[in-house]
Write a protein that binds this ligand. Structure first.
Ligand code: ADP
Length: 337
């Protein structure tokens, strides 16, 4: 498809350049031949009026009409040659240019295809397992009402997870489009931290985890909703991957034109080999461990990375297995030009 689009774009470039070049050549040719005709006319006039105006004799020098005709041919030939040259050069340059123009579009289409195939793969697995559970249940002729109830309850849990997955996919697709919410403003960072902590509090309470942070008057420039989403993701992970009764601490560090928020947990940590991949879509470090204990789909950090990029910030992680992790988010305080 990419090749087809490239050729068609090249043909468009070529047609436009050739149209301009041919029009220009025609104008040039017309101009030259008009001039040659004028020379011929003047010569003829002087020749014919020599009797009447003898002083014209001093101007009488003659260019052979054959030379004039040959000059016309040569001009025509040179212009055709120039046009063929332009055709060849423009064809090559157009092909290169079309490749360059289409490259980001091609990459985007490829990325989208990968996204669709990853997403459908992630959705297919739980759906298939749900379907086979129902089939096994229906095949069992001695099934009891209690069993049916249990199955329904378990299925609702699975459906909830699927719902979470589809919401995360939607969120990721939304941020993939460059920006989630477009309204940026300057506000106190404590506003979004309070909101994010409020959202993860039930989960933290369930694991008896405390979340602490020194109230700060630091400001940040961005979108409140997107940045709240970002800290919900990071805090949710910190809770998910912390042990019972753990502590999560948020530090706000001000620096020139930026603020850095450090989210520290004392949880299971991340292996060195996993660190370069945790921001990749659908990546779950130690899949077996993550899957059995937690319900993540490996989308949170890729969404976080997109939000940070939209805000012209950076996100980094430092982690020691079995000791804990620190996620550093650096964001601008003022509008980035
Ligand atoms: P998930 O939904 O699986 O948590 P994420 O994209 O949020 O997906 O995270 C990717 C992986 O990074 C997780 O599967 C987990 O292994 C690791 N991870 C993220 N945050 C932490 C953390 N605070 N502590 C330990 N591991 C983490």
């Amino acid at each position: 498809m990419f090749q087809k689009a490239r050729i068609s774009l090249t043909l468009w470039y070529l047609s436009i350049i050739i149209l301009i070049s041919i029009s220009f050549s025609l104008v040039l040719y017309k101009g030259f031949t008009n001039e040659l005709n004028r020379i011929e006319r003047i010569q003829r006039f002087r020749q014919e009026s020599i009797e009447e105006f003898p002083h014209n004799r001093q101007f009488l020098y003659r260019i052979d009409p054959e030379v004039l005709e040959e000059t016309r041919h040569r001009i025509r030939f040179i212009l055709i040659l120039v046009n063929v040259g332009i055709f060849v050069v423009a064809g090559g340059a157009g092909y290169l240019l079309a490749g360059k123009t289409l490259k980001p579009i091609g990459e985007m289409v490829e990325e989208q295809n990968r996204f669709i195939s990853d997403a459908s793969h992630e959705l297919r697995t739980p759906l298939t397992s749900l379907k086979s559970t129902f089939e096994v249940h229906l095949r069992n002729r001695d099934r009891t009402l209690t069993e049916a109830d249990t199955l329904a309850k378990e299925s609702i849990g699975e459906v909830d997870k699927l719902q979470t997955l589809s919401e995360s996919l939607l969120q990721l697709a939304q941020y993939q489009e460059s920006s989630g919410h477009t309204h940026f403003e300057s506000f106190m960072v404590s506003q979004i931290l309070d909101d994010a902590i409020h959202k993860i509090r039930p989960l933290a309470k369930h694991k008896k985890i405390s979340v602490t942070y020194q109230p700060s008057n630091a400001r940040v420039y961005g979108n409140k909703y997107d940045l709240t989403d970002l800290f919900v993701i990071l805090l949710d992970n910190a809770v998910k991957y912390s042990h019972l009764k753990g502590i999560i601490d948020i530090e706000v560090i001000k620096s020139d034109g930026h603020i850095t928020l450090a989210i520290k947990d004392q949880g299971i940590g991340i292996e060195k080999a996993d660190l370069p991949h945790i921001f990749d879509r659908f990546y779950r470090a130690d899949r077996a461990r993550s899957k059995s204990r937690n319900d993540g789909y490996g989308l949170g950090l890729s969404i976080a990375k997109k939000i940070v990029a939209i805000h012209h910030g950076t996100i980094q992680v430092q982690s020691t297995p079995h000791k804990g992790s620190i996620f550093y988010v650096c964001l601008p305080v003022n509008k980035v030009a």
